[in-house]
Ligand binder design. Structure first.
Ligand code: BG6
Length: 608
C-alpha cells in the first residue's frame, strides 16, 4: 500500500519527509521519492527500492533544499517499480509535483486526452495524469485548479500537491483513501497514516471523502467538494511514537506478539462497565436486533480467520446462523442479503480494497454493517453503520498478530453482548464469561511464558517444506490462522484441514516424516482428534500437538508439544494462537526470511 507525506514549515523539508516515509515503510512498497520547493523550482529525488536508497542518494535530504514538500512510498499498481514510475510526478512546466495513494480508474482516457492536447508523459503511472491536469487547469488560482482536476478523476485517491507559487502552500485531497492532517507549531503536515505524524504532533484532522485542504506553515483550511470551507474537529492521537517503533525487539512482529495481553486488555476493559459489556457505537434497538435472521462475516486474510473463530462463538451463544465469506468472493457472488442481514466487516487497516467492495455491495442490498477495525478514521470505519475499534495500537509487521487477537476479542464480546440482548444467555453464564474476559490477559501471558522454548523446536523443524495443520471445531478455525502465519513469513507451504476430513483425500499426502501440527484444545472432540493423531502417525507422520498444558494423554502420543493454559472454552483460540505465532516467527528467523516485510505481501492491499 502506498504512503504519502507532506510538510510545510520554516525549516528544511527533505529530512522531515524522509523520516516520515521511513515510518510508512511497513505498509509495503517498492520505490520512494520526495519533491521540495525552494521558491524557485521544485526539486525531485526518487528511486526504485527502499527509503534508505533515497536517503543515501540525497545525503539524508541535505541535497534537496526548501521548506515545503511532499514524499511517497509506492507499491506498484500501474507501471513497473523503477525510478521513472516512482512518485512524485511533475507537470511538464515543472510548476506542480504530485504524490498519490489509490487508483485513478479513468486514467487511460485522461492520458489519451492530455496526450492529444500535447502533454508528454514520462511514466506508465495513472498518477501522472493529475500533474498534467493541474497544469491544464491552472490559471493563477490553485484552489480552482485543484477542484477542476478532482472533478475529472474517478476512483480512489489521496493526493498531495506542492506548487511552485512561492507561497509555501501544500494541497491534500481525499477520496476513498485515508489522508490525515497534522497540526504543528509554525509548521503543518499531512500523511496517509498517523505513524508519520506522531513524532511531530498528536493533534490531527481526518479528511473525509471529497474534502481537500490547503496547508501553509501558519495554518490550514479544509474545503468540501464544492470549495466551501468546512470546520473540522481536531482529534488527539491515542498513542505515542514509541508504539510504532521496535522497542528493543529484533522485529516488529515479535514485539506485537508480546503486546497481545496488553492489547487484549486495552480492547476489552474499557467496554466492561459495572460488569456489563457496553459498545459505544453499536446502538441497535431490541427490535432491530431481533429482526436479524443471519449474520455474514466478511474480510480478507487473517481478519477472515478471526471471523472463522467468531462464527463458532456467535452461533454457539446466540443461535443465529453465521457464515464467513472471503470479501473477494462475496463482492461478486450476487449474495442473498437484505435488511435482516447483519454484515460484520473485519479489517485491521480499514483500507483493504476487496473488503471495502464487499461492504458496499452488501450495504447496497440492505445489510446493516458493523465494522471491526483497528485504524481510526479508516475508509471501512467511515462506510459502516456501526464501528467497534480494536485498540491494538499501530500494527507494523505485515503478518498480523495483535490485530488478529484483538479482532477475536471483539467478536467474543460481541457474541456475549448479542446473546444477552437476545435473551439467550442466563445471568450466571454471563457473569462467568465476564470474569473469564478479565482473566484472559493473564492466560495469554501464560501462553507466551509456556512457550519460551519454541525457538529450539522451530530450529529443529524449520527444514520442512510442507506442513499440515489439523483440528476440529474452533481448533480448525485456529489452524487456518496458524497455517497462514507460517506461510506468510517462512514461505513454507502450510495448510489447515478439518481433522475429520483428512481421511477423505489429503491423508494420501501424509508420508514418513510429514509434519502434522495438531490442535487439540476443543475438549468435546478431544478423543476424535486423538484418533486423527493415531491415523497420521500410522503413516509415519511427526506430530506437533497444541493442547492444554496439563493434558498428559496427548504428551504420550505427540512427538512435540506446545502447551497452552486452560481457559474458558470459547476463549481458548486467544491463547492457542500464541505458540503458533511464535513457532512461525522462529521458523522464519531460522530460514533467514524478512519477517516484518515478507516478499510480495503488503500490510494492506488497497487495490483489487
Ligand atoms: C493482507 C495482509 O494483505 O491483508 C494480512 O498481509 C491481512 O495481514 C489482510 O490479514 C487483510 O488486511 P486488513 O487490514 O483488511 O485486516
Amino acid at each position: 500500500m502506498c504512503g504519502i507525506v507532506g510538510f510545510s514549515g520554516t525549516r528544511e523539508a527533505a529530512a522531515v519527509l524522509i523520516d516520515g516515509l521511513r515510518r510508512l515503510e511497513y505498509r509495503g512498497y517498492d520505490s520512494a521519492g520526495i519533491a521540495v520547493c525552494d521558491g524557485e523550482r521544485i526539486n525531485v529525488a526518487k528511486v526504485k527500492g527502499y527509503v534508505k536508497n533515497l536517503a543515501e542518494m540525497t545525503h539524508d535530504g541535505a541535497d534537496i533544499r526548501g521548506f515545503v514538500g511532499i514524499g511517497h512510498t509506492r507499491w506498484a499498481t500501474h507501471g513497473a517499480p523503477n525510478d521513472v514510475n516512482a512518485h512524485p510526478h511533475l507537470s511538464s512546466d515543472g510548476r506542480f509535483a504530485v504524490v498519490h495513494n489509490g487508483i485513478i480508474e479513468n486514467y487511460a482516457l485522461l492520458r489519451q486526452e492530455l496526450t492529444e492536447r500535447g502533454y508528454k508523459f514520462l511514466s506508465d503511472t495513472d498518477t501522472e495524469v493529475v500533474a498534467h491536469l493541474l497544469e491544464l487547469y491552472y490559471a493563477g488560482d490553485m484552489k480552482k485548479a485543484i477542484m477542476k482536476t478532482a472533478a475529472r478523476l474517478e476512483g480512489s485517491y489521496s493526493l498531495g500537491v506542492v506548487c511552485l507559487d512561492g507561497s509555501g502552500r501544500l494541497f491534500a485531497m481525499r477520496e476513498q483513501s485515508p489522508l490525515i492532517l497534522g497540526l504543528g507549531v509554525g509548521e503543518n503536515y499531512f500523511a496517509s497514516d498517523v505513524a508519520a505524524l506522531v513524532p511531530h504532533t498528536k493533534n490531527v484532522i481526518y479528511l473525509e471523502d471529497g474534502e481537500f485542504a490547503e496547508l501553509t506553515p501558519e495554518g490550514m483550511t479544509v474545503y468540501d467538494v464544492t470549495g466551501h470551507e468546512v470546520k473540522k474537529p481536531v482529534s488527539r492521537v491515542a498513542w505515542d511514537v514509541e508504539a510504532a517503533e521496535k522497542g528493543g525487539y529484533e522485529h516488529f512482529m515479535l514485539k506485537e506478539i508480546m503486546e497481545q495481553p496488553a492489547c487484549f486488555k486495552a480492547t476489552v476493559e474499557p467496554r466492561i462497565k459495572n460488569d456489563r459489556i457496553v459498545f459505544e457505537d453499536f446502538d441497535l434497538t431490541d427490535g432491530e436486533l431481533k429482526s436479524i435472521d443471519k449474520i455474514i462475516i466478511t474480510a480478507c486474510g487473517s481478519a477472515g480467520y478471526a471471523g472463522q473463530v467468531g462464527r463458532y462463538v456467535i452461533e454457539e451463544l446466540c443461535r443465529v446462523p453465521v457464515t464467513v465469506e472471503l470479501a473477494s468472493e462475496l463482492r461478486y457472488r450476487n449474495p442473498i442479503i437484505d435488511e435482516k442481514t447483519l454484515l460484520i466487516v473485519i479489517s485491521q487497516s480499514g483500507e483493504t480494497a476487496d473488503t471495502i467492495a464487499a461492504l458496499k455491495e452488501c450495504k447496497s442490498r440492505g445489510a446493516r454493517v458493523l465494522a471491526i477495525v483497528n485504524v481510526v478514521g479508516s475508509t471501512i470505519a467511515k462506510l459502516a453503520d456501526h464501528v467497534i475499534y480494536t485498540w491494538a495500537g499501530p500494527e507494523i509487521a505485515v503478518a498480523t498478530t495483535k490485530g488478529y487477537t484483538t479482532q477475536v476479542a471483539v467478536l467474543d464480546m460481541l457474541a456475549i453482548y448479542l446473546a444477552d440482548r437476545l435473551g439467550r444467555m442466563d445471568s450466571v453464564t454471563y457473569e462467568r464469561l465476564i470474569t473469564a474476559l478479565h482473566d484472559m490477559p493473564g492466560k495469554m501471558q501464560r501462553a507466551i511464558d509456556l512457550n519460551r522454548n519454541v525457538k529450539k523446536l522451530a530450529k529443529r523443524l524449520s527444514h520442512h517444506n510442507d506442513i499440515y495443520f489439523i483440528g476440529r471445531n474452533m481448533d480448525y478455525a485456529v489452524c487456518m490462522e496458524g497455517a497462514l502465519k507460517l506461510k506468510e513469513i517462512s514461505y513454507i507451504f502450510a495448510e489447515a484441514y478439518a481433522a475429520g476430513e483428512l481421511k477423505h483425500g489429503t491423508i494420501a499426502l501424509v508420508e514418513q516424516g510429514s509434519l502434522v501440527v495438531t490442535l487439540a484444545c476443543y475438549e468435546p472432540l478431544f478423543d476424535k482428534t486423538m484418533s486423527n493423531i493415531e491415523e497420521v502417525k500410522a503413516r509415519g507422520a511427526q506430530v506437533l500437538a497444541v493442547a492444554p498444558e496439563d493434558n498428559k494423554k496427548i504428551v504420550s502420543k505427540a512427538d512435540d508439544f506446545l502447551p497452552v493454559p486452560r481457559t474458558e472454552p470459547i476463549f481458548t483460540p486467544l491463547a492457542q494462537i500464541i505458540p503458533l505465532q511464535l513457532f512461525a516467527y522462529y521458523v522464519a528467523k531460522e530460514r533467514g526470511c524478512d519477517i516484518d516485510k515478507p516478499k510480495n505481501l503488503a500490510k494492506s492491499v488497497t487495490v483489487e
